[in-house]
Structures are given as structure tokens and as C-alpha cells.
Ligand binder design. Structure first.
Ligand SMILES: *Cc1c(COP(=O)(O)O)cnc(C)c1O
Length: 326
């Protein structure tokens, strides 16, 4: 059962259009040769804030219940940046809760986007509890990173653009963590491109949705350091939307090891001229590693480009894992 309908995704596209980049879909000669089918790259690492998450965050902000005083989230990553940017675009107050562990440069980056920053607690869990407290006490609306229909509909606008730009799309490779991206993209692709296959790609180290699908219910997995840091974390044991959507709409989930993610990052840079973070390189990695058999015109979504420059350099120099994690 899709979380969102095609009509809701189309409405989200209208709503967010003025404030998002309609990213390009570019053919890749080298990946097409390797895969034996035409392969295209969806350039969401060129989205404002450097990742696709702006689409969902903006759609959530623009559909807030009347009377909402602002939005709140606990995230140091792409969702926090996206929500702060979206709130500023919409002229809505935004609070981001960060733990005391978050480095000063990341705190400054969120502040620079105009958000109020609450530094609280010794880790992400405590920061999340602070976000929940502020939501209750100040009448702020919590905007979660994936498990929310408006967020899913916003991410689904990527699927809409893929179907518009590539008639008869056969396979879409989607980086998969909590499943907001894949739930939205699959809803659009399945509605507009009958026969289109949707393949989730996660890292081997801590793939929560893959473990949950195998178990038939949301399960927790140990969170491990990975080059694909934006794919880390669980799907929530009380998952309401994206687990069922993934179960209904995702054709296959494949896992890629760290060395192949590193190879994907290198290929993106050296052969495609694109700087992408590990999470965004998993689709390329799956093709390079022969872990998927794409059929028909194929798209790999490059979901984000926010990689630490020093790490990017180490990977280009041949590193196959995070330091100390080989
Ligand atoms: C959040 C994120 C993902 C995964 O999206 P989900 O909706 O959690 O599955 C993939 N790539 C990047 C760069 C992200 O920031």
C-alpha cells in the first residue's frame, strides 16, 4: 500500500517547485557499457543544501497544520540542514536540537541557515527528547526525516521527474535508509512506468530496512561506522509508513560492502566528474560490483554530495573504508 498517491506527489511538486532545483538526469556512457543497458544519473547532490532531503522537508513545512508556531527536529545531517533551509524559505521558525557531541562547525552551519540551535544532551537520543519537549511546550511541530506522509510525497517528486525525463524507465536504484526516499520514488514510478522495477541499495554495515523486510517487522540493527553515513540509523520500531510502503513497492534490496562504496565514490568523481557522499554512491557501487541486473533504461539516484573533503581525498587516494574500519 503506497503511503502517498500520485495526486499527492503531484501536489507536492507544485508546492515546492519555486524553491527546489529540478535536477538533471544525465546519461553515463561508462556505466551504460558496464550494465549493458542505458544508465542515467539523477543529480540530487546538486539540490540546495546538497541533498534531496530539501524536497520532503519543504513539503512538510508548506503543509503545516494551521496555528503551528514553527518546526523542530534533532539532526546534524542532511535532514537538519534541509529543514532549516526549508523553514527559512517559507518564513517559518525552525529549531534544531543538537547534542553536545556535535562539532562546533556543524552547529555553526545550522545557525548560518537561520535556525535556532538548542545544544542539549550527550547524544542524539537526548537531543531528540529535547526536540519532543520543545514540540510539546512551545507548540512546535516535529518534522521527522522519513516516516511522515508529507516528507514521502516531497521525496516522491524525484520519481515524477524521472518518469517525465526517461520514457519507459525499467530500473531505478535508490539509496535506502529509513525509506522515505524509496517510498516516494516507488509510488511515482509504479504509477507512471508500469513494469518499472525499484531496487533499494544499502550498505552491508547496519542495513536496518533490509533486516526489517527480512524479519517481516521493524527491527533494530547495530549502528556501525560506514562510508555511507547518511544511510545509518534505524527505521524506528514504531515505524508507521515507510516499512509497509517498502514491503509493498520495493522489488529488491541489495547490500554493498564498504570497499565497493569507496569504488563508487571514485567512479563518480573520476569517470562522471561528480563529488558524491558514500550514501549517494551505492547505486553506482551496485552496478560496478555486479550486485544488480538492471533491465531497461536504468537510473541511479545520486542522493547527496555532503562528504567531508578530507575523507573524499582519502577515498580518491585509494582508501577502501573509514579509517580504522578496514
Ligand atoms: C537521508 C539520505 C538517504 C536515505 O533516505 P531515506 O529516506 O532515509 O531512505 C540517502 N542518501 C542521502 C544523501 C541521504 O541524506
Amino acid at each position: 500500500m503506497p503511503v502517498v498517491s500520485l495526486a499527492e506527489i503531484r501536489a507536492a511538486a507544485e508546492r515546492i517547485r519555486p524553491a527546489v532545483v529540478r535536477t538533471a538526469l544525465e546519461p553515463s556512457a561508462s556505466l551504460s557499457r558496464l550494465a549493458g543497458v542505458p544508465v542515467h544519473l539523477k543529480m540530487e547532490h546538486r539540490q540546495h543544501t546538497g541533498a534531496f532531503k530539501l524536497r520532503g522537508a519543504l513539503n512538510a513545512v508548506l503543509t503545516l497544520p494551521p496555528g503551528a508556531r514553527g518546526v523542530v527536529a534533532a539532526s546534524t545531517g542532511n535532514h537538519g540542514r534541509a529543514l532549516a533551509h526549508a523553514a527559512r524559505e517559507a518564513g517559518i521558525a525552525c529549531t534544531i536540537c543538537l547534542s553536545r557531541l556535535v562539532p562546533a562547525n556543524k552547529v555553526a552551519a545550522v545557525r548560518a541557515l537561520g535556525a535556532r540551535v538548542h545544544v542539549h544532551g550527550a547524544g542524539q537520543d537526548e537531543a531528540q527528547r529535547e526536540a519532543d519537549r520543545l514540540a510539546a511546550e512551545e507548540g512546535l511541530v516535529g518534522v521527522p526525516p522519513f516516516d511522515h506522509p508529507a516528507v514521502v510525497a516531497g521525496q516522491g517528486t524525484i520519481g515524477l521527474e524521472i518518469a517525465e525525463d526517461l520514457a519507459g524507465v525499467g530500473t531505478v536504484l535508490v539509496p535506502l535508509s529509513g525509506g522515505g526516499l524509496i517510498a516516494g520514488v516507488a509510488a511515482a514510478v509504479k504509477a507512471l512506468a508500469p513494469g518499472g522495477r525499484v531496487v533499494g541499495v544499502s550498505m552491508e554495515r547496519g542495513a536496518a530496512m533490509a533486516a526489517s523486510l527480512a524479519a517481516g517487522r521493524p527491527v533494530a540493527v547495530e549502528e556501525l561506522p560506514t562510508l555511507a553515513d547518511s544511510l545509518g540509523g534505524g527505521i524506528g520500531l514504531a515505524n508507521r509508513w515507510t516499512f509497509e510502503a517498502a514491503r509493498a513497492l520495493v522489488d529488491e534490496v541489495v547490500l554493498v560492502p564498504e570497499a565497493e562504496i569507496a569504488a563508487g565514490i571514485r567512479h563518480a568523481f573520476l569517470r562522471e566528474g561528480q563529488t558524491v557522499e558514500g550514501a549517494a554512491a551505492v547505486g553506482i557501487a551496485a552496478i560496478l560490483g555486479g550486485r544488480v541486473r538492471p533491465s531497461g533504461p536504468t537510473v541511479a539516484i545520486l542522493s547527496g554530495g555532503n562528504i567531508d573533503p578530507a575523507l573524499h581525498r582519502r577515498v580518491l587516494d585509494g582508501a577502501d573504508a573509514l579509517e580504522g574500519e578496514a
